[in-house]
Design a protein. Structure first.
Length: 124
């Protein structure tokens, strides 16, 4: 008894896609190292889940956005500012605070080059 060629082709496609998916998950994203360096240098982005500019800032990092040193300034399920962000006087988002240099940039999307200059982290 011979297997239906469509079933065989489908099974092969599933195996190929699985291999590609597993391989991609193991691969670091392009800016992971840069994002980790920002964290190491104590550069932190403060934002809000509803902030369009925060989303734009994260999009510059692509898949590496998950490695960004990010603090959510809005309590989950509300629009209330967290105590941490109140204490830091954050009124606009995104706000970047560069602890080592004392620099702070409020309410502006920074380019990767600007982040590199302010933090001392090298771009790949």
């Amino acid at each position: 008894m011979q297997a239906n060629p469509f079933i065989r082709a489908g099974a092969l496609a599933v195996l190929c896609l699985s291999a590609v998916s597993f391989g991609a998950a193991d691969k670091p994203a392009k800016l992971d190292g840069f994002a980790r360096c920002l964290a190491d240098k104590k550069a932190v982005m403060y934002g809000a889940f509803f902030c369009v500019h925060c989303r734009e800032q994260k999009e510059l990092f692509g898949d590496s956005a998950q490695s960004l040193p990010y603090v959510e300034c809005v309590e989950k399920g509300t629009r209330k500012i967290t105590e941490q962000c109140k204490a830091l006087g954050i009124r606009k988002t995104p706000t970047w605070i560069f602890e080592r240099s004392g620099d702070r940039v409020d309410g502006k999307v920074l380019s990767l080059q600007e982040l590199s200059q302010k933090s001392g982290c090298r771009l790949p």
